[in-house]
Write a protein that binds this ligand. Structure first.
Ligand code: NAD
Ligand code: DAU
Length: 345
């Protein structure tokens, strides 16, 4: 079972799994919140080894029905409320889905697999944001102390602690990953890169928070999926793996870089450059300054390395968004407008 398989990383992972492990039955458990979109999975919807379950992690009964119906024997848990700005406007959903939802999933798994917990893998997909904010030097290690700063990261940290405790106390076979910022196809246009691409195509202002000097470590989503596959199959029980691209960019630099790439794709002249759309706006409250992952452990223990350079990943991403304008407009024509108004005014 992959939870959150209709979201950004989840959909990429479902497609990855059916391509690389076609004999596995993949059950996608997803509540289809604003971020879930079955259009992402059009190409495999009739695959003989794919099932979709409409279910909500906040409701234990939904989870246990799915376990019984599909004889679930392993879980990769991605479903979450995932956007920091939304967590600032409305933290309750984050606590309910990310903490209570993870608790419900752990408890159902534990009960359903009680005959032999050790043979059933539970991979918990988390974020580097649980470690808080870095200064100009250093990177996050698996041993870095937790210091989450936003309602989103605090709720993810809470879920990580539950997973850790279920291993320590009940001996569940769990592994946790903490990954840096992903980019790629199917990302909801509330996140920086797809929002930037969309606004450039529409000639709308590109909102850059604060001074634009916050730093993120960007990883192409397919490289993340490959890491998850490796950790699922080969990571030792109880271990934590940091995953990152060793690809740090300040927001203003990445925005300018993407603008220049888009100018080429869209045939924009200097006068009409996407860069002219950049608009500095009020900062995100509690905005973490810098994230950077030290991925030595997964590289050494599991021989993982990202296959895509940033230029390759970005060019695939830009092409995908330009070729899927319908996908974007289906999203941006609905309740997205209300969110956009709330966030950007
Ligand atoms: P997303 O917001 O695109 O997708 C989340 C999915 O979860 C959606 O399909 C949504 O419908 C589903 N969902 C939400 N609440 C649910 C509930 N109560 N029950 C069942 N399904 C529910 O998220 P994403 O960016 O793909 O992130 C996936 C996971 O990876 C999250 O756990 C996130 O914390 C983690 N992560 C994301 C990034 C990133 O850069 N996007 C980086 C590191 C870790
Ligand atoms: O680090 C991993 C995390 O990356 C994941 O756990 C989260 O689910 C994911 O949303 C992402 O969090 P960020 O807050 O880093 O991503 P976001 O795309 O929202 O913002 C990236 C940076 O760009 C951040 O410093 C805020 C800034 N930003 C964002 C938006 C949406 C802007 O300057 N303007 C914007 O309009």
């Amino acid at each position: 079972m992959i939870t959150g398989g209709a979201g950004f990383i989840g959909a990429n992972l479902v497609l990855h799994w059916l391509c690389h492990h076609p004999d596995d039955l993949v059950v996608n458990f997803d509540a289809l919140t604003y971020a879930g979109n079955l259009e992402n999975l059009q190409e495999i919807k009739n695959h003989p080894n794919y099932r979709f379950v409409l279910g909500d992690l906040r409701n234990s009964l939904d989870i246990s029905k799915a376990f019984s119906k599909h004889a679930i024997d392993a879980v990769i848990h991605l479903a979450a409320e995932s956007h920091v700005d939304r967590s600032i406007h409305g933290p309750a959903d984050f606590v309910e889905t990310n903490i209570t939802g993870t608790f419900n999933l752990l408890e159902t798994s534990r009960k359903y697999w009680s005959d032999d917990l050790s043979t059933h893998r539970f991979l918990h997909v988390s974020t580097d944001e649980v470690y808080g904010s870095l200064g100009s030097k250093g990177k996050f290690l698996e041993t870095t102390a937790y210091a989450p700063n936003s309602p989103y990261s605090a709720s993810k940290a809470g879920s990580d602690h539950l997973v850790r405790a279920w291993r320590h106390t009940y001996k569940m076979n769990v592994v946790t990953t903490n990954c840096s910022n992903n980019y790629g196809p199917f990302q909801f246009p509330e996140k920086l890169l797809p929002l930037l691409i969309h606004n450039c195509t529409q000639k709308l202002p590109i909102p850059v928070y604060g001074d634009g000097k916050n730093i993120r470590d960007w990883l192409f989503v397919e490289d993340h999926c490959e890491a998850l596959d490796l950790v699922f199959h080969e990571g030792a029980s109880g271990e934590v793996f940091n995953i990152g691209g060793s690809n740090e960019w300040s927001n203003i630099d990445i925005v300018r870089f993407v603008c220049r790439e888009l100018d080429k794709e869209l045939g924009r002249s200097e006068d009409d450059s996407c860069e002219n759309l950049i608009t500095f706006v009020k900062d995100r409250p509690g905005h973490d300054r810098r994230y950077a992952i030290d991925a030595t452990k997964i590289k050494t223990a599991l021989k993982w390395t990202p296959r895509h350079s940033f230029e390759e990943g970005l060019s695939k991403t830009i092409r995908w968004y330009l070729d899927h304008q319908d996908w974007v407009s289906n999203i941006t024509s609905g309740t997205y407008k209300d969110y956009y108004e709330l966030q950007y005014g």
